[in-house]
Design a protein around this ligand. Structure first.
Ligand code: PLP
Length: 380
C-alpha cells in the first residue's frame, strides 16, 4: 500500500472560493441593479468563516448583518468600515455594548427602543422591524404606525424599516401579499422617518421578487452559492467544497458488518476507505446508512453504515486505484460529479443552512483566490 502523501496537511477541511462569493453577489446585483446589499454573515458566515468572507465581500456591500452582539464585535475587529446590523432581538444587557460599538439593533417594540435609547448616544441608529407574517420579531403591522410614531420621538435614529419573509421560496402568492402589505404601510412610516432605508428581501426573495426600485436587500444563502429555489441554482456558484484525505484502506469480506449498531452488512467482498471525518465535524449522523456517497477519483463511493463521531467508511471497490492520502470530496465538485449542499441536506432530513452552520471548528477553513480590495475589476 503506498504511503500517505506529503501534500496531505489536514484530515478534513473546507475550501472557500472567493471568486464564487464575488460571482454570487454579482448575480444578486444584476437582479436589483439599484440596490445596496446587506450581506448576512451570522453563524460564522454560514460556516464559511465570517472574517474572511467579510474581507472578500466588504467592497461589494452596504452593510453586514449578524445575529448577535458578540458576532458583531468579532466582525468589527476585521472590517471596521462596513456598518453592522444585528438581526436577532438583543438582550437588554447587550444594549450598552451595541451602542458603544455603533452597531444597529433590530427593534420590535417601544419598550426595546426606550431601553436602547436610555443607554445610546443621541442619534444612534436602529432598524425597526415590522411583522408582516413571519410571526417572530417585529411590530405587528396593525400597530406599526402608532408604535413607530412613539419611537420617532426618542433621541435615536430610525435608520431602516424592515420585514422578513417566511416562505419566499415556496409560496409566491402569500409572499406577494406580504410584500404588498409592507409597501402599503411604508408611506405612513416614512413620514415619521423620511431618511430611513427599507429592506424586506432575503435570498429567495431576491431571486424571485427583486425589482428595479429595490434599494436594499438582505441576503445570506445565495451569497454562499446555494439557491433556496432549486430551478435557479444554475445562476449561482457554490462557494464551499468539503474535503478529507483517505486515512486507511481495508478489505472487508462478504457478510461482515461495519460500524456501530452493525446496521450495514457487506453484500460481497468490499474495499473500504476509512475517512477522518464524522458527525463531530458536522457530517450529519442522520446520513447513517442513507444512499449517499463521497467522491474519490471522480467516482461515487457509497457511505457504509453509521456516521460516527470522527470517522466514516465508504465503499471504494469501484473507484479505481485509491491510496491512503487521496483527496475525497464530501460536498462539492470532483471531476464531472457534484454533491450539492441542498441534496446532501435533504438526505439528512434537513436544509442547506443547517448543514453549513453545522460544520464545526475542527474542520480547517482554507481560502482560494485573492481578497481584492476594490470592486472595479469585477463590476464592469
Ligand atoms: C438569516 C436572515 C436572512 C438571510 O436569509 P437567507 O435565506 O439565508 O438569505 C435575512 N434576513 C433575516 C432577518 C435573517 O435572520
Amino acid at each position: 500500500m503506498p504511503s500517505s502523501k506529503v501534500t496531505c496537511r489536514w484530515r478534513t477541511w473546507v475550501e472557500i472560493d472567493r471568486e464564487a462569493l464575488r460571482h454570487n453577489i454579482h448575480v444578486a446585483k444584476k437582479r436589483a441593479p439599484h440596490a445596496g446589499f446587506i450581506a448576512v454573515l451570522k453563524a460564522n458566515a454560514y460556516g464559511h468563516g465570517m472574517e474572511e468572507v467579510a474581507k472578500t465581500l466588504a467592497p461589494h456591500v452596504s452593510f453586514f448583518a449578524v445575529a448577535s452582539c458578540e458576532e458583531g464585535v468579532r466582525l468589527q475587529r476585521v472590517v471596521a468600515k462596513v456598518p453592522i446590523m444585528l438581526l436577532s432581538a438583543a438582550l437588554p444587557c447587550e444594549y450598552p455594548i451595541i451602542a458603544k460599538k455603533k452597531m444597529i439593533p433590530t427593534i420590535s417594540s417601544l419598550e426595546e427602543a426606550q431601553a436602547f435609547a436610555a443607554v445610546a448616544p443621541a442619534g444612534a441608529p436602529i432598524n425597526v422591524k415590522i411583522d408582516t407574517g413571519m410571526g417572530r420579531l417585529g411590530i405587528p403591522s396593525a400597530m406599526a404606525a402608532q408604535v413607530v410614531n412613539e419611537i420617532g420621538r426618542l433621541k435615536i435614529t430610525i435608520q431602516s424599516f424592515s420585514t422578513h419573509l417566511p416562505s419566499a421560496d415556496a409560496n409566491i402568492k402569500s409572499t406577494r401579499a406580504q410584500l404588498a402589505s409592507f409597501e402599503k404601510l411604508l408611506p405612513v412610516l416614512q413620514k415619521i422617518a423620511p431618511e430611513a432605508a427599507v429592506h424586506a428581501l432575503n435570498s429567495a426573495g431576491a431571486l424571485r421578487f427583486a425589482k428595479q426600485s429595490d434599494k436594499l436587500i438582505r441576503i445570506g444563502l445565495m451569497l454562499y452559492g446555494i439557491s433556496p429555489i432549486p430551478s435557479l441554482q444554475k445562476l449561482l456558484q457554490p462557494v464551499l467544497t468539503w474535503k478529507a484525505h483517505v486515512a486507511l484502506i481495508r478489505k472487508i469480506s462478504k457478510g461482515s458488518t461495519i460500524g456501530y449498531g452493525k446496521i450495514f452488512t457487506a453484500p460481497r467482498d468490499l474495499t473500504v476507505a476509512v475517512l477522518p471525518v464524522g458527525y463531530a465535524d458536522g457530517y450529519p449522523w442522520q446520513l447513517s446508512n442513507k444512499r449517499v456517497y463521497v467522491l474519490i477519483n471522480g467516482h461515487r463511493c457509497p457511505l457504509l453504515g453509521r456516521v460516527t463521531m470522527d470517522q466514516i467508511g465508504v465503499d471504494i471497490s469501484r473507484a479505481g486505484k485509491v491510496s491512503v492520502g487521496d483527496e475525497v470530496v464530501l460536498l462539492g465538485k470532483q471531476g464531472t460529479q457534484e454533491i450539492s449542499a441542498s441534496w446532501l441536506a435533504e438526505k439528512a432530513g434537513t436544509i442547506a443552512w443547517h448543514l453549513f452552520t453545522g460544520i464545526t471548528e475542527r474542520v480547517q477553513r482554507c481560502y482560494l483566490g485573492p481578497v481584492r480590495k476594490t470592486r472595479i475589476s469585477y463590476f464592469s
